[in-house]
Design a protein around this ligand. Structure first.
Ligand code: ADP
Ligand code: MG
Length: 227
């Protein structure tokens, strides 16, 4: 069978709150396959961001395993986890987090150059990606000179600049009007299909979630399929 893009196996996460312990994830399990887009739909406070932080190796589970492309990460040291995060995982947040003083093109080039690509190589790939996402006429614009939807599409281009196998998005259209949100989602799902990337996208928007391959929710700290 093909390698999985992401496996969460019995992931637990607890937060100490003074005397008591707050359990957010109590054995969350989930498998994503390449080319699959999965919506994570759950109320605020249910633990969506916590789960994405585990999947993205930004935090360590208290118990359980996280596998990226079939590789277990629980026993890895921090530098191995960081290397894996940089090369294999892309992130998109609610706010675009683009660097204000740099152009769209430079923002997309940055992670590639950090990863060791030469400037011409990074320029070529960033230009192609932005054109693919419908931003061919916006490459030299700075973030402030772009609309909200364009900023998020640049953020998506940046997230996939190093061709990760896994894209994690935390309410990526939460700040956008419905029509723009729709367009950004379309861009995301098209990209997933075209590249074989797997995407896990936290969203409140059920209409958008309905267009993805699969929907899951969090109930009492475990992942439940919504069908
Ligand atoms: P969601 O993204 O679904 O809104 P979160 O994963 O952000 O939910 O948070 C889930 C719960 O965990 C919330 O009740 C939140 O207050 C709590 N929480 C998140 N991070 C921490 C932390 N670092 N310390 C204590 N509690 C936290
Ligand atoms: Mg959240």
């Amino acid at each position: 069978m093909a390698d999985s893009a992401l496996v969460l196996d019995g992931v637990e996460r607890h937060y100490k709150q003074g005397e008591s312990t707050l359990t957010i994830l109590r054995g969350a399990s989930l498998t994503l396959w390449p080319g699959q887009s999965v919506a994570l739909v759950a109320p605020s406070g249910a633990g969506k961001s916590t789960l994405l932080h585990m999947a993205g190796l930004l935090e360590r589970p208290d118990k359980g395993e996280v596998m990226i492309g079939d590789e277990p990460t629980a026993a890895m040291n921090d530098s191995a986890r960081t290397a894996m995060r940089r090369t294999r995982i892309g992130f998109v947040y609610q706010a675009h987090h683009l660097l204000a003083e740099f152009s769209a093109l430079e923002n997309v080039m940055m992670p590639q150059m950090i990863n060791g690509l030469t400037r011409p190589e990074a320029t070529k790939r960033a230009t192609e990606l932005l054109a693919y996402l419908g931003l061919g006429q916006r490459v030299s614009h700075r973030p402030a000179e772009l609309s909200g939807g364009e900023q998020q599409r640049v953020a998506i281009a940046r997230a996939v600049a190093n061709a990760p196998g896994l894209l994690l998005a935390d309410e990526p259209t939460g700040n956008l009007d419905p029509k723009t949100a729709d367009h950004v989602f379309e861009t995301l799902t098209t990209l997933v299909k075209a590249t074989g990337l797997a995407a896990l996208i936290a969203t409140h928007n059920l209409d958008l979630a309905a267009r993805m391959d699969r929907r899951v929710t969090l109930a009492d700290g475990v992942v439940v399929e919504m069908g």
